[in-house]
Design a protein around this ligand. Structure first.
Ligand SMILES: NC(=O)c1ccc[n+]([C@@H]2O[C@H](COP(=O)([O-])OP(=O)(O)OC[C@H]3O[C@@H](n4cnc5c(N)ncnc54)[C@H](O)[C@@H]3O)[C@@H](O)[C@H]2O)c1
Ligand SMILES: O=C(O)[C@H](O)COP(=O)(O)O
Length: 394
């Protein structure tokens, strides 16, 4: 079996090199899978041949998830693979903004070509007196892979840490220090904190999450750090909060036209995950997940389907993505039994409105049988994608 992968953005070689000879990269018009980072697929037709999309990174807002799901495309991301890179940059921005480093460096650079630089520096450095973060209160919104380690490490820097995440996962909750004060009401955090860092995914529900009401609840002069997504913040409200001094500094990884020239905005060119280590982690994890899915049908770290894992030991496997409605598995097994296929193993899992079934069969399928069985399964109402994976070593 050969597979074709289409990539977008710069994907680290450490990941690409995992695709052996049975894979071709960027040379086919009918790719089996897409591997990408921030490239947006929203305004682009996705070929019917695509069975999976892997986002080498965390945010999947660049992928039309609902569309993909209804076409039977499994979408993956790489949870946690770039979290450390983002955390380190958040903490450095926290300190840099507390110490006025951005403005101070900008001013120092402006002295080029003027007389007595050393004298000017000593005379004017008082304009950049900063604060220490030790003893100040940091509010972390979103306690996932990034927020949780930002919170823990800010404690290690002697900050008081408050956090808000009504949906925190049990796995992550186990890793969070009990000294992180969890609040159930966002306003409580906004009201109390000197610094805020936001780490929630962008979705329809979180667009404009930090709005005028949220800014009104904040302490005067707060430093607000956004390494999550620009659209989480209502830009009009932000501009007003910067103008009236509610926000003392807005540090964002997501510059746009409107933010140019706005005082007290520090714009970073989306560098949160841009370290060699993080790019490799993400590419390796995404490539592995794609390979496992294409070669066995097993699913790890999908954002639209459940995790499934079943060792592939029989001659062939049928994978079926379908609506999560009654009697689907019954119809599949009846159809197979009618054609005298014996089921060796089977697994069915659902996630919300969708489900995924893997059926291992004892029979090796001829091309003719394969086409027939796939067509018949595909015709069952509620089925969106069917594949047959023949077991290479059987
Ligand atoms: N700047 C960068 O380069 C960069 C890198 C990685 C991730 N990101 C962004 O950061 C986001 C978070 O990344 P992550 O790896 O921590 O993701 P994650 O999925 O591990 O964590 C997200 C957390 O947000 C929480 N959450 C969701 N809705 C919320 C709400 N309304 N209020 C409070 N909490 C809420 C979830 O419960 C979860 O714990 C990503 O979705 C992505 O947009 C940016
Ligand atoms: O969501 C993410 O993982 C980040 O925004 C990183 O995006 P990038 O891979 O394009 O740097």
């Amino acid at each position: 079996m050969t597979y074709q992968i289409q990539t977008y953005n710069q994907i680290a070689e450490a990941g690409l090199s995992l695709f052996e000879d049975s894979y071709t990269i960027n040379s086919a018009e009918s790719p089996d899978a897409i591997l990408l980072r921030s490239h947006s697929l929203h305004d682009q037709a996705i070929n019917d041949s695509v069975k999976a999309i892997a986002r080498a990174g965390a945010g999947t807002n660049n992928i039309p998830l609902e569309d993909c799901t209804s076409k039977g495309i499994v979408v993956f991301n790489t949870p946690g693979a770039n979290a450390n890179a983002v955390k380190e940059l958040v903490l450095s921005c926290l300190i840099a903004s507390a110490r006025n480093l951005f403005d101070a460096i900008h001013w120092t650079n402006s002295l080029e070509g003027t007389a007595n630089v050393a004298g000017q520096v000593e005379a004017n450095k008082k304009a950049f007196i900063g604060h220490e973060i030790s003893g100040k209160k940091l509010g972390v919104i979103g306690l996932g892979n990034i927020g949780s380690i930002v919170a823990n490490d800010a404690l290690a820097l002697d900050m008081d840490v408050m956090a808000y995440d009504p949906f925190v996962s049990v796995d992550v909750a186990w890793t969070i220090s009990r000294n992180v004060q969890r609040v159930h009401n966002l306003e409580e955090l906004l009201f109390a904190c000197d610094y805020i860092s936001i780490h929630v995914p962008l979705s329809e529900k979180t667009t404009g999450f930090i709005d005028a009401k949220a800014f009104r609840a904040m302490k005067k002069g707060i430093h607000f750090i956004n390494f999550a997504r620009g659209e989480l913040v209502d830009e009009q409200a932000l501009t007003e909060a910067l103008a009236d001094g509610t926000v003392g500094k807005y540090i964002t990884d997501f510059p746009n036209d409107h933010l140019f020239g706005v005082e007290n905005v520090v714009a970073i060119p989306h560098l949160g995950a841009s370290t060699t280590e993080s790019e490799e982690n993400c590419a390796v994890m995404a490539a592995r997940q794609l390979k496992v899915f294409l070669e066995t049908g097993n699913i790890r770290n999908s954002v639209n389907l459940p995790n499934v894992s079943l060792p592939l030991t029989s001659p062939g496997r049928l994978t079926i993505m379908h609506k999560n409605i009654p009697n689907m598995v019954g119809q599949f097994s009846t159809l197979l039994a009618e054609r005298e296929f014996n089921i060796a193993d089977m697994l069915n899992r659902s996630r919300g409105e969708w489900a995924y079934t893997m059926i291992d069969i004892d029979n090796k399928l001829s091309e003719e049988h394969e086409t027939d069985i796939l067509n018949r399964l595909q015709k069952i109402e509620g089925v969106v994608k069917v594949r047959h994976i023949s077991n290479g070593w059987q």
